[in-house]
Write a protein of this length. Structure first.
Length: 289
């Protein structure tokens, strides 16, 4: 990718969650490629601001502030909010109200949204299933439910208001995979940066959903809209197979489902259904290779 992907863009890109792990990485990567950035987070930016970026400290729960910071932006790359399971009351403000504020801001600014969704929106599919992006939503937590809601918000704002969006159903976005589950779900930072750039540059995206994972041969995920935006992952967790293949959790719920340990969190179903039971009868890609 050239150093000036975004130079021709007169309007800046708004990045929420800019002080977080993925947000700060994207801030650096996008700035290096020449994109003009407005960075925002409830916490200060960690370190010096990238060249060409400005920072505004904003709480996603503050509707007026979100609308104001998004004014004049071409795209909102929305990575802010609660990023793991928390009590429902803590998820509610940033991820439910805040997401609504982001989409309202996009509507007002005529901006596109690139939304950091999560595999936890579909976490209760078994690991033996291969899923297409339009599979049944099976959130594994209140956090995952907020991501499912975010994906559906994209549809509402596309069909009702013509707001374009790309939801990236991120697997595990870390510098390196850490365990056997991530041999299937890992998304490298470089692949995420390239995917975000593709999402910024693509024309006429409509309302799209993309699996956010690298080119892992153990993937659980298949068809999505990546061709429409011109992205293909280049990295792979495969080279870590030997080192990580035996690193598993000792929890049967976590090991059965794609969402892993978040499926096991607060699990209180009185009888644990047998594997491949009717519970998975809705899987679109069940038993496909
Ligand atoms: N890292 C992953 O593996 C992964 C996987 C799936 C989805 N995601 C999603 O990607 C996004 C970024 O993930 P991350 O790992 O960088 O998480 P992170 O927790 O490091 O970053 C989230 C950022 O959101 C900010 N934030 C929280 N509440 C806010 C509020 N009320 N107002 C404004 N900002 C607020 C936090 O301060 C933080 O900087 C999140 O939406 C997360 O759900 C990440």
């Amino acid at each position: 990718m050239s150093a000036a992907d975004g130079i021709a863009q007169a309007k800046p890109v708004l990045l929420t969650g800019a002080s977080g792990a993925l947000g700060s990485m994207l801030a650096t990567e996008l700035a290096e490629r020449g994109w003009g950035l407005v960075l925002t987070d409830i916490r200060p930016f960690p370190g010096p601001l990238p060249l060409g970026a400005r920072f505004a400290q904003v709480d996603l729960c503050d509707r007026a502030a979100v609308l104001e910071v998004a004014r004049g932006c071409s795209t909102i790359v929305h990575f802010g909010g609660v990023s793991t399971e928390r009590p429902f009351e803590e998820v509610l403000g940033p991820n439910i109200a805040g997401l609504f504020h982001v989409y309202e801001a996009a509507r007002a600014a005529k901006a596109r949204v690139i939304f950091a969704s999560s595999n936890h929106a579909i976490g209760f599919h078994e690991r033996t299933s291969v899923l297409d992006a339009d599979c049944e939503l099976r959130p594994d937590t209140y956090y995952g439910l907020s991501k499912a809601y975010g994906e559906l918000m994209g549809r509402l704002y596309w069909y009702k208001h013509g707001v374009e969006s790309i939801s990236i159903r991120i697997g595990s976005g870390f510098p390196e995979p850490k365990d056997r589950r991530m041999l299937s779900s890992w998304l490298s930072y470089a692949d995420l940066a390239r995917l975000t750039v593709a999402g910024l540059q693509a024309e006429d995206v409509g309302c799209e959903l993309i699996w956010g994972s690298s080119n892992n041969s153990r993937t659980w995920w298949r068809r999505d809209s990546r061709e429409r935006i011109g992205w293909a992952p280049q990295d792979s967790a495969d080279e870590y197979s030997e080192a990580l293949g035996s690193i598993v959790s000792n929890d049967v719920v976590a090991e059965r489902y794609q969402g892993g340990h978040l499926c096991a969190r607060d699990y209180s179903r009185p009888s644990f259904p047998p594997a491949h039971s009717g519970d998975d009868s809705m899987d679109e890609g069940k038993n496909r290779t």
